[in-house]
Ligand binder design. Structure first.
Ligand code: ZN
Ligand code: ZN
Length: 84
């Protein structure tokens, strides 16, 4: 029981520190295939990324070469791996 609670705490802490990082660094840069556009908020970048994603089902963030066959899976990948 203690162990389960502990791992839950770690997950929550990870989530919070990621959120905190976003708050501390409000300017977000798009790193999609050398795009380089900057956005005042994480939400604005998320909307922008959607335009990139709409065209294909592979990730071009930085030097990432992740591919999949569904836009939804790609969205999850981008959220999990690149915090976008
Ligand atoms: Zn971009
Ligand atoms: Zn990726």
């Amino acid at each position: 029981m203690m162990l389960i609670l502990h791992s839950m705490c770690i997950n929550v802490l990870r989530m919070l520190s990621r959120k905190l990082l976003m708050l501390l660094h409000p300017i977000r840069k798009c790193d999609w295939n050398g795009c380089g556009e900057e956005f005042p908020s994480h939400a604005a970048l998320g909307i922008h990324i959607r335009n990139h994603r709409a065209k294909n089902c592979y990730c071009q963030w930085g030097d990432c070469d992740y591919t999949c066959d569904s836009p939804l899976i790609l969205e999850l990948h981008i959220y999990e791996e690149h915090s976008v």
